[in-house]
Write a protein that binds this ligand. Sequence first.
Ligand SMILES: O=C(O)CCC(=O)N[C@@H](CCC(=O)O)C(=O)O
Ligand SMILES: [Zn+2]
Length: 342
Amino acid sequence: MALRQQLFGNQGDWLEHTLAHAGDTLPETEGRLPDGSRIRRRALGVLELTPARAEANANQEALIVSAGVHGNETAPIEVLNGLLEELLEGHGSLACPLLLILGNPAAMVAGTRFVDVNMNRLFHGAHRRADYQGRPEAARARALEDHCRAFARTHSGLALSHYDLHTAIRPSHREKFALYPFVSGRQVPSAQCDFLLEAEVETLLLQHKEGTTFSSFSASELGAESFTIELGKVRPFGQNDLGRFTGIRDALRRRFRGAPAPRPARTLTVFEVVHEILNTGEGFQLHIPDDVANFTEYAPGTVIWDDPDTCYRVGERPEAIVFPNREVPVGQRAGLMIRARD
Ligand SMILES: O=C(O)CCC(=O)N[C@@H](CCC(=O)O)C(=O)O
Ligand SMILES: [Zn+2]
């Protein structure tokens, strides 16, 4: 049976197949790429690729690349699907093991950030909370964690990186930026900074505490060098200007093929996350205009949010806001406050 037929049935590619079978439980299946690499469909929207020759892995690494954890963030989905198409067509040879993930098929079909609960707040144990039991996105988060754990175990001798690709709801003074999950005692490796620059991501936010995002899971539980990478603006499928996403496309293509990294021509601008704004419930007020762009700066002493019991003011140095969102449920993130690193 032809490889595409084996993997995608009557659908033309991975993305179409994932959309067509959202909600279905599918048997595992596998085949061989033109370069002899093995490709296994572990689950709907989860593909594991293993190079034909282990010695081709010059960088001695394994990569997890995810997109579509939020279903309306379609550009990274289209980029990842395009990179897979290149491998399926025999363009270039795979050098390193890959786990490719389309995170939330049901939300991708709906064209929404999520269907029931924000899946990117369900990782790193959150999906085990009592109030999330029986919720499809919690079950999907648990399943994705299991696939990532198995992949990390299989390739425990390789350096593991995880790039969780997103796009942002709002405009941003810095279009492309990455978030580096907090893990006590570690620093971001310079090679990872160079990769971000290669992908045209020139801004890095260092998280200040562990979280429940996909990248926080892979960093904390798998020891991966993980990043959430924000690559532009939310757009419906087919309405993305993919010319704005060639940086991440070309950088991932190079990593997939095991080619040497280019010398970076720029340096990263680094911010520290200093405060996570949570919706505290009754009386919570976020004093940020609805149309404010990410990285809008606020002067020392500015009140950012308050509720009947407390308030948050900008400290002694200017801070900027990222991901402001007053619509989140009580207890969830309504924004991040960041400060330029010294
Ligand atoms: O634009 C927004 O408000 C959110 C964009 C988005 O989905 N960002 C991620 C960031 C994850 C992280 O903090 O690493 C999210 O909110 O899940
Ligand atoms: Zn997102």
